[in-house]
Ligand binder design. Structure first.
Ligand SMILES: [Fe+2]
Length: 483
């Protein structure tokens, strides 16, 4: 019996965040939520001294705590929080498996769905983990569908109903901030309490980057009257506060060292592991209809890329796919159909939007440089589209950048027509970088380019070779694809 055995059980957590690893140890942060007034949770890591966790926030009758710690590299390294034991696979020196998920929810009524139906794929992932533990869980956007945050207060609801040009007239009052923050807090708590998520978040260190729904649908791609209205900025501030806390595992005034932009304008972050690195550009914080990332974001991306050793694999988590069909064509078509604002925002969210073409080329050029000049095989993993697919961009040296799309872990599949339409569009092909054509392809074992089933992705490294396989709700596991 240890001193922590008598401490109260947690309200949520522990949640593990990956900060990097060497062949001898893993660097981690753990987060836990208690009731307000409960004592600090006690963390007891294998090979380290017991310690009280640090309080990062007091919110809505609860306290949120974190602690940075290391675990020795092992098949099953142990830690305890308030006496409860957990194990983590921290040996990242050789063969390993990484899970990738995205789109954990739906725009409306996400909370009304039964765990039975909603979390089928989460349960499958947790089961898989229990028989062969993952070393990392990457979450590529829309970890939370917060679209209904606007219903938290009558004035935010009124703002939501107003025509775009009248949105600036609604003020952001403290009571609205409180209601919206309360909504986010409650939803994040729910997320971490989901039974399969509990197993995974306590046993697999995670890295997450947000997409629009972690804020609200289309964040950054809306016209200025909406985007810059006091209520939109208030919603963003609440979403960001909770993102930093629950997705980055950090205090509001103390960003983790994996975030290079100390000003916090960009929450791009990265971590290095033996033989590979994970890079998560923040494609939302600085987004406007005319740009995907601002100066802070580009500086942060350049600096995290520069720190990856030559030859190491780069896994880039791009919340929206970096390779996709020629959506600029659809945008051009929509010009003939006025009143399609909703679709225009969705298209503007994409790297392929004609409004982002120069920046898209800059992004792909940066990735190509990593792959060729720094000899780092590069894999992009993305979500966003609620379909599974993959793409390749052939490089000058004969190698390819792989784009793997896995979405969503709980978001329902879209209508079949969507998969077919995108499939047709993808046949057109294009080459944003001259002479390096982008090709979209079916998943291994499938004939159509897009698969409309809920899914997650598993990346495997065996004897230094990486492969990817999708787990599909109805068709099961795809054959592995070398990447
Ligand atoms: Fe999504």
């Amino acid at each position: 019996m240890t001193p922590s055995d008598r401490l109260p059980s947690l309200e949520a957590g522990p949640v593990l965040y990956a900060r990097g690893a060497t062949p001898v140890e893993s660097q981690l942060t753990v987060l836990a939520v208690t009731r307000e007034g409960d004592p600090a949770p006690v963390l007891e890591p294998e090979g380290g001294a017991a310690r009280a966790m640090t309080r990062r926030a007091m919110l809505f009758g609860h306290a949120v705590w974190t602690s940075d710690f290391t675990l020795p590299a092992k098949d099953a390294a142990a830690y305890r929080v308030n006496g409860e034991p957990h194990t983590v696979r921290t040996d990242l020196g050789g063969d390993l498996r990484v899970a990738f998920v995205s789109c954990n929810g739906q725009e409306e009524g996400d909370e009304d769905r039964s765990h039975e139906d909603r979390d089928v794929m989460w349960r499958r992932l947790a089961q898989e983990h229990e028989s062969d533990p993952f070393v990392l869980l990457l979450q590529g956007g829309d970890q939370l569908y917060a679209d209904e945050a606007v219903k938290a207060h009558p004035e935010t609801a009124r703002w939501h109903e107003l025509p775009v040009e009248r949105r600036p007239e609604v003020a952001w009052e403290p009571a609205m901030a409180e209601a919206v923050r309360g909504y986010f807090f409650r939803r994040y708590l729910q997320l971490f309490r989901q039974p399969a998520m509990r197993i995974l978040s306590a046993g697999v260190p995670t890295m997450m980057i947000w997409d629009d729904h972690d804020i609200f649908d289309g964040w950054g791609s809306h016209p200025p009257a909406l985007q810059e209205s006091p209520v939109a900025l208030g919603l963003f501030a609440a979403a960001r506060e909770m993102f930093v806390l629950f997705q980055l595992g950090a205090g509001p005034d103390a960003l983790p060292t994996c975030v290079p932009d100390a000003t916090g304008a960009s929450l791009t972050h990265a971590a290095r592991f033996p033989g590979f690195a994970v890079i998560l550009p923040d494609l939302r914080s600085e987004r406007t209809p005319a740009r995907v990332m601002g100066e802070a974001g580009w500086r942060a991306l350049t600096s995290v890329l520069a720190e990856v050793p030559d030859g190491d694999r780069r896994i880039v988590v791009s919340s929206v796919p970096a390779l996709g069909p020629r959506l600029s064509l659809v945008e051009a078509l929509l010009d003939f159909y006025p009143g399609q604002q909703q679709y225009e925002d969705d298209l503007r969210d994409q790297w392929q939007s004609r409004g982002h073409r120069a920046e898209w080329i800059r992004f792909l050029t940066a990735l190509e440089r990593e792959a060729i000049e720094r000899a780092g095989p590069l894999t992009v993993v993305s979500g966003e589209i609620h379909l599974a697919t993959r793409g390749e961009m052939r490089l000058r040296d004969g190698t390819a950048i792989h784009q793997l799309v896995a979405s969503g872990i709980t978001h329902p599949k879209p209508p079949r027509a969507m998969a077919i339409g995108l499939g047709l569009l993808s046949r057109l092909g294009h080459a944003p970088l001259r002479g390096r054509p982008v090709r979209l392809k079916a998943l291994p074992g499938k004939s159509a380019t897009y698969t409309a089933e809920r899914n997650y992705l598993v990346l495997t490294r065996r004897a230094d070779r990486w492969s990817a396989a999708w787990e599909l709700e109805e068709s099961g596991r795809t054959p592995a694809l070398d990447v």
